[in-house]
Write a protein that binds this ligand. Structure first.
Ligand SMILES: Nc1nc2c([nH]c(=O)n2[C@H]2C[C@H](O)[C@@H](COP(=O)(O)OP(=O)(O)OP(=O)(O)O)O2)c(=O)[nH]1
Ligand SMILES: [Mg+2]
Length: 130
């Protein structure tokens, strides 16, 4: 079984990147990820990303360039994670709250490696230079 998940790589004006830690009660709780989520049946990656980021972070985004697809295989199937550069429409907030995460952080590229990422997100960290 293939599960398609989209991830947003969002930068602020200081070129920091937005990462979020999945909260208790969710799968992969305690792991950081690039925010995003599952693509619904028949949905485009762009529409899925815009929907997921609005649902979980309350932010309106524009989806830009495709960055990387990474795969991670579990017993139940393979997660295909599709990362895209995205930008926030309007003012970029310093503090961001999430319904799905207990930490939402802006981090420098070279600090990404300090965080424990979910497995499929790790190759995206690598291409970002982390
Ligand atoms: N970003 C990311 N997601 C992963 C990885 N491995 C893995 O199973 N996932 C799953 C967890 C979630 O089910 C899904 C991400 O989509 P989502 O953010 O919409 O998830 P969700 O909370 O609605 O899903 P769930 O916890 O109810 O299963 O992908 C991974 O390495 N990175
Ligand atoms: Mg999500």
């Amino acid at each position: 079984m293939s599960i398609h998940v989209v991830a947003a790589i969002i930068r602020n004006k200081k070129n920091q990147i937005l990462i979020a830690r999945r909260r208790e009660g969710k799968s992969l709780a305690g792991y950081f990820e690039f925010p995003g989520g599952k693509v619904d049946e028949g949905e485009s990656h762009e529409v899925a990303l815009i929907r997921e980021i609005y649902e979980e972070l309350g932010l309106h985004i524009e989806v830009g360039t495709f960055v990387k697809e990474s795969e991670y295989t579990y017993e139940f199937g393979t997660i295909h994670l599709h990362g895209y550069d995205c930008s926030i429409i309007g003012e970029i907030p310093d503090k961001i709250e999430s319904i799905d995460h207990d930490q939402v952080l802006w981090v420098e590229t070279d600090e990404l490696v300090r965080y424990r990422f979910a497995p499929a997100d790790i190759p995206i960290v690598a291409v970002l230079g982390g």
